[in-house]
Every structure is written in C-alpha cells, then in structure tokens.
Design a protein around this ligand. Structure first.
Ligand code: SPV
Ligand code: MG
Length: 557
C-alpha cells in the first residue's frame, strides 16, 4: 500500500467527485453519466435490485436513482441458480426489457465477466450498445458461485483480474460507462490486507468504483475497510447480511452507494406464496382480490395509456372507434340473457362483435346486467349494471361513462344487422348519427313500433337528395309526414358527440332521471341541443326480444 494518493482531508468531500452544474437537470444527462454521478458524488446513493422490466419499473416509481440488475435474482426469476446457468446473452435480453421499461440507469451484476478478458470486452460493448450504464465484475472464476454459498471460494489471480478491468475500460462505448470492480477477498476469508491490496490493484487498473462485499452479520469489517481505504475511490457495498446497521454509518464512512441486492424478488416470493396458498385452500379468489395489485395497475405499469395515444396517432380512424354494447336486460327468450342466445352456432353478442370487427371497430365494451356471469365475450371489456332490474338503458350506458371518449358507437345488445348498415353509419357525416330503417316495423302484438323517428322535415323522396333530416324526437307515437322510420338501436358519436353525450348524462343525473331514462329520451334531449343526424336505409336488421324474433334471427344469418 505504498505510493497511494493521500486520503481526503474532509469527510464531506469525495476527492473523485465532479461537481454537478446547477443548470443541468439530471434528465438531460445520459444514463451512463447519471450512474457515474450516482457512484461518485455525495450524497450516498441507493441502487435497488430489479430482475425484469416490471420490477425495474416498480423500483423507479419508488424513487430509486439507479438499479442493480442482480445476477442472483435474474437467475432465480428464470428458475435458475446463481451459477452462470443463464448465458450472458440471456441476461442481456433481460437487461433490455429493464432498460426499455425505465429511464433510470442500470448497473448490471456481470459476475466474473463470463470468462476471461475477451468475454469481458464483448460483454461491455454489448451492454453499452443496449444502454446499460455500468457493469460490476468480481474477482472470482467462471462459472461463479453465489457469495453466500460455502467457504473459501477460489479467487482470480490479481493480475489476470486487472486485465479484465482494463479490457472492460478499453471496450466501453461511452466515456461515462462505469466499471465497478468487486473483491470477494473478505467473503473468501483472505483477510483485510488482501482485500485492500486487491482493491488498490483494481483501482489502479482503472475501475471506477470498488465493491467490497462481506457476509458478516455486522458491518464491522466493511467499516474497517472503508476507513483504511480512506476514500481513494468510490466504495459500493451490499448490506444483505449486515442489514441491521444504520444507514447513517455508511454516510459517515464515506460510502458512495448502497445496493439493496435482492429485496424485490424476495418480497414477491413471499407475496406469491401467500396468494397461491390462499387460492389453493379456498378454491376462490374472494379473499385475495382486494389484497393484490389490480389488473388496472398492471395496465398502468405497462403504460397502456401511451398505447391508446399512439393508436390515435397511427391507426386508421375506425380502429380507434369503440363500440359500447348495452346488454344488461333479460329479454323474453327464456332463462339466459338475450344477448347470449345461440343463433346458428354463435351467440348474438358474438355475432355483433364480429360485425363491429368487420367494419374495423375492435375495441368493444359490453355492459352486462341480467345473468352477467354468462356474458363474457372474448375480447370485450366488461362493465356491469347490477341494478338492471330497476333501471333503464341509459343507466347501463352510464356504467361505461369512462369509455365515452373519442369516437363511440352505442348499440343495443339484441340487434343483428348487415355489415353495410354499420359501415354506412361510420362513414355518415355528423357528430351524432343514428341508424334509421325507413321501413318502420310494427310489432305484431300491439301493432306499434317502439323508437319511431321524427325528422325536422319529411324524408326526401328524391334519389339525389343526400341531406337527411335531423332528428327531432324518438318515440312510439310519431306519425305523419315527419316520420322518417325506426331507430334500430345503433348510434354513432364523434369525439365531440361523445362529449355532448357525457354532458347529457350529467344533466340526467342532476335531474334524477338517469335511472329511468331510455335511449330514445336521451337522444331526443340531445337533439334539442345539438344536431343529431339520421343515417337512413331499408331493412336488413332485426332485434331479438322474443322467441318468434329468435326464429327469425336464425333465418336471417
Ligand atoms: C447479486 O445480487 O447477484 C449479488 C449480490 O451479486 S450477492 O448475492 O450478495 O452476492
Ligand atoms: Mg451476483
């Protein structure tokens, strides 16, 4: 330990520290530089273990400034031992998921460097190319064994290991890439003097920081090492075994960074065990549902809203359109909900979802109510109106209020229609457009038709007139020359129309009408404030409300 630079005079100043410019926000720096600063600047930094994209994200959200991509936990999360059973390129693939998921820098546990200086060179190049900010290599032999297994593990020859460090520094693709050299001298029982000698040799070989590891249950030997090291270069520690030592001791000792090396994986193992045992025991999810992260939380962690934004930017307009199918009522077709009746091998709702898909509408929300357990069509998002028995269609629509954004088609869950009707409705101009059959059909029972449409003028008889009337009202008692036909239970709302729709729902709620209102009332009220256009055609649709309707439907397809 001769010819060493003299230790820093003040405990508060790290001699290797650079000064961050006040006008330089950390986000503007590369990940390489941010990791380098985390390891070289006061105050003490904390690196959290992560082993995949999700755990990386969780650590970032918790506020950690950098991640430790642990060899132990990456291996374990793959179901493997910490003995280089995963190849380094497999580890590299995991790292890419992590760096993609977060913007904080990643220091990877590079074990021994996976071989000699030559393996280290390629490793460091590839890490840099994938945006991994630094690597830690340890003075052991490939294949490595975890530090907490056995005693007296063999160590690498000092000169050979220094060659690995120099090879790493010579191969870095960014000047700020960090190489941490880890000595296992204390772990392997070689004593303090050898630990210090090795650390000095690695420092001289170009290591940016020294990781001194210990498996004692107190920090005594770590604190002795740091005192004798006297801040020659940044020190990184891993207090897994001496976890009870107050963190303040590390600050006072001038430690640069603490690695919490495996705690996200270990906590997830505990949580998964509890959940698995509970579900196994109960044969039910009831006890666990409120205690575990929600599915929505998964969507948030994986930034689904960003995908929705991107869809708005990149997909054709209809792919962003959402269908909301109102399927809460029972109907008169027997015990099962009417949307689930079988029509030649496929349920009514499945056929409807397929019609939407055929017109490019692939985002479908279904509002269920009666017999909801039976209503779970694949690919549809589900909302529930559990008060289906004493509320109307509008109350069901309000259950999907959060989806009334952007272009939306609202459909009754009991109708079948030829695809051209929907395509025409999607292409029709207007912020609110309703599909109207000019051949209003009158119920065989009472001779009346529901949902008759009154326009603001008589429908044009002229083939060339392409401007259909605007809606005035929908009701059972429309007659005379303003009768434009029958609303079939399909309506399209542009983003603006959806906003009007939300406003109308808000008004109905304020007026205590939300529970009782039906769609004709809602559309009539909307028409009083905004233009509601008619898309008129003739026939080629039916609704399935009764057993005779069902027979007709089976002929229709
Ligand atoms: C790791 O997290 O893989 C480490 C730290 O190398 S330790 O398990 O303590 O060796
Ligand atoms: Mg390791």
């Amino acid at each position: 330990m001769k010819n060493l630079p003299s230790p820093a005079a003040s405990l508060d100043v790290q001699p290797w520290a650079s000064t961050r410019r006040a006008d330089q926000p950390p986000q503007a720096e590369s990940g390489f530089l941010r990791l380098r600063r985390a390891l070289t600047e006061t105050p003490l930094s904390f690196l959290m273990e992560a082993h995949n994209g999700l755990s990386a994200k969780i650590a970032e959200e918790a506020g950690f400034e950098a991640l430790w991509a642990s060899g132990l936990t990456i291996s374990a999360s793959l179901g493997l031992r910490d003995s280089n059973e995963a190849s380094w390129t497999q580890v590299l693939d995991v790292l890419e998921y992590m760096t993609d998921a977060v913007s904080i820098p990643v220091l990877v546990d590079g074990d021994t460097g996976y071989g000699n200086f030559n393996s280290v060179r390629r490793l460091v190049r590839k890490l840099g190319e994938r945006g991994v900010a630094g690597v830690c290599i340890e003075d052991k032999l490939f294949p490595k064994t975890n530090s907490f297994i056995g005693e007296g593990q063999p160590l690498a020859d000092v000169d050979e290991f220094c060659g690995r460090i120099r090879a790493a520094k010579d191969s870095q693709v960014d000047d700020a890439f960090t190489v941490v050299a880890r000595t296992e001298a204390l772990i392997s029982g070689r004593g303090m003097a050898e630990a210090l000698t090795r650390a000095e040799a690695y420092h001289q070989a170009g290591a940016d920081a020294i990781l001194i590891h210990s498996k004692q249950s107190t920090a005594a030997e770590i604190l002795e090492f740091t005192e004798r090291w006297a801040r020659r270069s940044p020190i990184v520690i891993v207090p897994t075994m001496y976890y009870a030592t107050p963190t303040e001791s590390y600050r006072r000792a001038g430690v640069a960074a603490v690695i919490w090396a495996n705690h996200l994986l270990r906590s997830s193992i505990s949580a998964m065990r509890v959940t698995a045992a509970r579900i196994r025991e109960d044969e039910s999810l009831i006890e666990v549902e409120g205690r575990i992260a929600s599915v929505k939380d998964i969507f948030r962690l994986t930034a689904n809203d960003e995908l929705e934004d991107a869809e708005r930017r990149y997909l054709p307009a209809t792919a962003q359109t959402r269908a909301i199918i109102l399927a809460a009522s029972q109907g008169d077709v027997g015990e099962q909900p009417k949307c689930m009746v079988d029509i030649r091998g496929r349920s009514l709702i499945r056929r409807q979802i397929e019609s939407f898909a055929a017109s490019g509408v692939r985002q479908v929300s279904v509002v269920r109510g009666y017999g909801k357990a039976a209503v779970a069509p694949v690919g549809a998002e589900l909302f529930d109106n559990d008060r289906f028995a004493d509320t109307g269609e509008v109350y069901s629509l309000a259950a999907a209020y959060s989806r009334l954004q952007g272009e939306v088609v609202v459909a009754y869950g009991d109708i079948l229609f030829r695809n051209y009707i929907l395509s025409g409705l999607l292409a029709a101009p207007g912020d609110v457009v309703i599909a109207v059959d000019s051949l209003a059909r009158f119920d065989a029972g009472d001779g009346r038709a529901r949902d008759l449409v009154a326009g603001d003028r008589p429908p044009a008889a002229d083939y060339l007139d392409e401007t259909p009337p605007d809606l005035v009202r929908i009701g059972p008692d429309v007659a005379g020359e303003r009768l434009a036909g029958q609303w079939i239970g399909l309506a399209r709302f542009s983003a603006q129309g959806a906003e009007w729709l939300r406003e109308e729902l808000d008004r109905l709620r304020t007026e205590d009408l939300l529970e009782t209102a039906d769609m004709p009332l809602l559309l009539t009220r909307l028409a009083a404030r905004h233009p509601v256009k008619l898309h008129v055609f003739s026939g080629h649709w039916l609704d399935v409300n009764t057993v005779p309707d069902l027979a007709e439907a089976r002929n229709f397809t």
